[in-house]
Design a protein around this ligand. Structure first.
Ligand SMILES: [Fe+2]
Ligand SMILES: [Fe+2]
Length: 198
């Protein structure tokens, strides 16, 4: 299911950000920069996956939640802006000649900013998982994904909007292909980060 695939990516992104924060706490600014960069490479790829594979599909179905594609896009922009702010602050911090106390105080200030980014990200991811992805899976469910019982399928067919026109076989194929494309794209990105972080 799409929600499981994307949820896994969200968890892996969180882990990369935690590595960055661990380095930051230890005042290892160069390593903190490297992990922040790894996080962002993956975050950017993750957003691209959503924007090119999922948002267009989501725009086609009849939504049951109040949030449309434009909201998710705006949140991506906001996350990118906050990220850039954090990079600038970390670069500045790593270039200063500061005593230990000053360093600690600047780290606290940076962690506060990062808390805002994390909060926004978590909120955004939760919305994707609870609304967009769930709705996409539901719209495709009767033709792909898991294997619901016959009665459940009949009920969904009556209640859920179709993901798109076309035969069931075509839609099932498309759903599977979509999941495969997303998994392969992500696997490449995460492998490139793992290679460079060893
Ligand atoms: Fe997103
Ligand atoms: Fe996401």
């Amino acid at each position: 299911m799409l929600v499981e695939i994307i949820k896994q990516q969200h968890l892996e992104l969180r882990e990369l950000f935690m590595r960055h924060q661990e380095m930051l706490l230890q005042m290892q600014f160069e390593d903190a920069k490297i992990w922040l960069e790894h996080f962002y490479v993956c975050q950017k790829a993750h957003m691209k996956i959503e924007e090119s594979y999922l948002f267009p599909e989501f725009a086609k179905i009849e939504r049951t939640s109040k949030w449309d594609v434009s909201l998710y896009e705006k949140e991506h922009d906001k996350i990118n802006q906050l990220y850039e702010n954090i990079v600038n602050d970390l670069n500045w911090l790593s270039e200063q000649k500061l005593d230990q106390s000053q360093k600690r105080r600047n780290i606290i200030a940076l962690l506060d900013k990062e808390k805002t980014l994390k909060g926004l990200n978590e909120h955004h991811e939760e919305r994707e998982e609870e609304a967009m992805l769930k709705e996409l899976d539901d719209a495709y469910m009767d033709v792909g994904g898991t294997t619901p019982g016959k009665e459940e399928v009949m009920l969904r067919r009556e209640q859920q909007p179709r993901a798109e026109s076309g035969t069931e076989a075509e839609r099932a194929k498309k759903y599977k292909q979509l999941q495969l494309d997303i998994k392969l794209t992500w696997a490449e990105v995460i492998a490139s980060v793992r290679e460079t972080s060893i």
